[in-house]
Design a protein around this ligand. Structure first.
Ligand SMILES: C[S@@+](CC[C@H](N)C(=O)[O-])C[C@H]1O[C@@H](n2cnc3c(N)ncnc32)[C@H](O)[C@@H]1O
Length: 272
């Protein structure tokens, strides 16, 4: 077992906090070392400092990609926090539909992990469109810093257990089910999603147009407060007036610092 010294852990946690906003406190030490230990053995490093030096000096970026893939927590599932999707379908979409200028919706799943959130948004939207004879279209940008998660999102193939809980009509309409029960998201649903690497710590987002809705759920929970407050302000600027921000139910915005209006738990709005 390769032990990590306090200094080595501080180097890795400072690096993750400065560059990706992810705070790795003392309580995460065994988790982090556990996630990296096999990699050190595989690559024949004798210490965490040797490994860390390799990551920061590797010009190809591969070592960094691997570090991010191992450190980030990518836990997610379809229809997570379902009342968000009810609110999206019952309040957000009819509200947007009432303005004829909103024919092309722009939605962002920020910190999308392996894609379940973005595909859920897409399916809810397609159901809404069908049921309401709507002529709106939607493009969903889904971004993350974990290439491994983005690759899974691109593949869009999910085990039987993760799609078993979905409405039956979704399985037949939006997936192709293999003989092993795995479901692959169909092309129409996939085509609504654009996947991209984007670090939410970037101080400027590269978007020409603003979004109608941003989902950033269960991502900021890993960020330190200052970085989180700054990110929330960037989200505000990236939204159309009247646009919505959905965050995770275990998260909250700092009401003294934000311009967002609180709507209900984990839902905020930019005033018109
Ligand atoms: C727990 S998952 C949440 C997935 C989904 N939003 C949900 O609620 O189920 C958190 C995701 O945020 C991503 N993440 C963490 N820090 C990030 C950053 N600085 N920029 C972009 N994505 C980040 C992680 O890679 C991970 O895939």
């Amino acid at each position: 077992m390769i032990e990590i010294s306090d200094k080595e852990y501080r180097a890795i946690s400072d690096f993750m906090r400065t560059n990706y906003g992810i705070k790795l406190g003392e309580e995460k030490k065994s988790l982090v070392t556990g996630r990296l230990h096999n990699l050190l053995i595989e690559k024949k490093f004798k210490s965490f400092s040797e490994y860390y030096d390799y990551v920061i000096s590797d010009k190809s970026g591969d070592a960094l990609t691997e570090l991010i893939n191992r450190i980030t927590t990518n836990y997610t599932y379809f229809m997570r926090e379902p009342n968000h999707f009810d609110f999206f379908k019952d309040i957000v979409l009819p509200g947007l539909a009432s303005n004829p200028n909103n024919r092309d919706l722009r939605i962002w799943s920020a910190g999308c992990s392996s894609g379940e959130e973005a595909y859920t948004i897409s399916m809810v939207f397609q159901d809404y469109k069908k049921n309401n004879n709507s002529n709106m279209n939607a493009k969903i940008l889904a971004t993350d810093i974990s290439n491994k998660a983005l690759e899974a999102a691109l593949k869009a193939e999910y085990p039987k257990e993760s799609i078993d809980t979905l409405p039956l009509n979704w399985k037949s309409e939006y997936f192709t089910i293999g003989s092993d029960g795995k479901g692959t998201v169909n092309n129409q649903t996939k085509n609504m999603i654009k996947l991209a690497y984007l670090n939410l710590m970037d101080t400027q987002f590269p978007f020409r147009k603003k979004f109608h809705v941003i989902f950033c759920r269960n991502v900021m929970i890993y960020f330190d407060n200052k970085k989180k407050d700054e990110l929330v302000e960037r989200f505000y600027d990236a939204l159309e007036p009247g646009g919505y921000l959905f965050i995770g139910h275990s998260e909250a915005l700092n009401r003294d610092k934000t311009r967002f209006k609180y709507i209900k738990p984990a839902i905020y709005r930019k005033e018109k």
